[in-house]
Design a protein around this ligand. Structure first.
Ligand code: LRH
Ligand code: MN
Length: 382
């Protein structure tokens, strides 16, 4: 159990360290990272204080630089590596009606070019993961041909897949709505799984925990994708209503435990699963929020690894419904803070990394170095 807990690596998102908000307002945070270099420095601090975050995901063009080799060396100099490369196919005027599903072949071509650029970037920074989310969809019935958009989706994904070098994986992320409000071209795990099956072994599904209708049994989707060897990774966060991108485990820690139970039970089947965080910290500090998120995932995994699989299996086979449920709850209700403190001592990191960050003067130092940079929200730039 301790060994699996020690080996759990969690990737943090570059975009989680910068100022972010909603369409209503972006509240600037003192000392927040302003560019990819500062985002990497903050990611390196999270790794230094947790010992389990050796990679950071980047988003293109948000994190574009002139010299990818220089960025790679800078990251490695900080003791971290560049992880998943995310092509941004939503932040451009041309993508009003979609990107690879757009009616206009010229726009579809532009979107594919962005994806192929990211394949090149991944090769330069030593990454083996292209993490693709599409905002593509429609807002009104009749706006576009739904079957036509699906065919364009498959065509575009195939064109990207055919250009993946050996050893590089395409993670296909689905989301049931937003920013499209009538139809989304990659709305659910089924559409993503069918597309990945059609593409081949280098394509797998990415489960963003905030991308399901309320009430969805996310751990069952995880179990199914694991059974089909189609689970490529997670974007961990939490929500109460929609894609709220709150701190993972902050709203429903029991759901996170149930998800990590499927991971714990799957053993080696999860060796290639990318555990990544995808959050935006709109009203709180970015770095300690990220550290808390890492800690929440570790807590859920530790409890999940404590489940007595023998007793659980026996109760399930005997049809002892409550007995089986109580085996799970025994683990969930176990205080794993002592176990986590042991693992952190072995890793040579603080027993309470959030407290260590808060008393370490890191926030104050960054505020002095970086000041507070204001960002305008969508409405304010209107
Ligand atoms: C879409 C999403 C996607 C990212 C973005 C920052 O909601 O989850 O993974 O590209 O957030
Ligand atoms: Mn996501």
């Amino acid at each position: 159990m301790l060994d699996r807990l020690r080996r759990l690596e969690i990737e943090t998102p570059s975009w989680g360290y910068g100022n972010s908000g909603t369409r209503f307002h972006v509240y600037p945070w003192p000392g927040a990272a302003r560019n990819v270099w500062e985002k990497l420095a903050d990611a390196a601090l999270v790794n230094e204080l947790t010992g389990v975050c050796p990679t950071v995901a980047i988003h293109i063009p948000w994190d574009r630089v002139d010299d990818w080799g220089e960025l790679r060396r800078y990251a490695e100099g900080l003791g971290i590596r560049i992880g998943a490369v995310n092509p941004n196919l939503f932040g451009d005027d041309d993508y009003r009606l979609g990107s690879i599903c757009h009616p206009d072949p010229a726009v579809r071509g532009k979107a594919l070019e962005r994806c192929l650029e990211c394949v090149g970037i991944a090769e330069e920074v030593g990454s083996t993961l292209i993490s693709l989310w599409l905002a593509d969809g429609t807002n009104y019935p009749g706006q576009d041909d739904l079957r036509g958009r699906h065919e364009r989706l498959l065509e575009g994904l195939q064109a990207l897949y055919d250009r993946l070098p050996a050893g590089m994986r395409l993670l296909v992320e689905y989301k049931f709505f937003e920013p499209a409000f009538y139809s989304t071209d990659l709305p659910d795990w089924g559409t993503a799984a069918l597309a990945c099956r059609r593409l081949g072994g280098q394509a797998q599904v990415l489960v963003d925990t905030g991308h399901h209708p309320v009430g969805t049994n996310v751990e069952q989707i995880v179990a199914l994708l694991l059974a089909e060897h189609l689970l490529g990774g997670f974007h961990f966060n939490n929500r109460k209503y929609a894609d709220d991108d709150l701190i993972v485990g902050a709203i429903d820690p029991f759901e996170l435990f149930r998800i990590m139970r499927e991971i714990a039970a799957a053993g080696d089947d999860t060796r290639d699963v990318a555990f990544m965080i995808d959050q935006s910290h709109n009203v709180e500090g970015k770095i300690d929020a990220m550290i808390q998120s890492v800690s929440n995932i570790q807590t859920a995994y530790a409890k999940a690894l404590l489940v007595d699989a023998g007793r659980l299996g026996a109760a399930q086979r005997e049809g002892d419904v409550l007995g089986a449920h109580r085996v799970l709850m025994d683990a969930y209700e176990t205080d794993v803070r002592p176990v986590l403190a042991d693992v952190r001592r072995e890793l040579g990191v603080p027993e309470d990394p959030v407290a260590a960050f808060r008393r370490g003067g890191y926030a104050e130092q960054r505020t002095i170095e970086r000041g507070t940079s204001s960002v305008e929200s969508a409405y304010e730039t209107a």
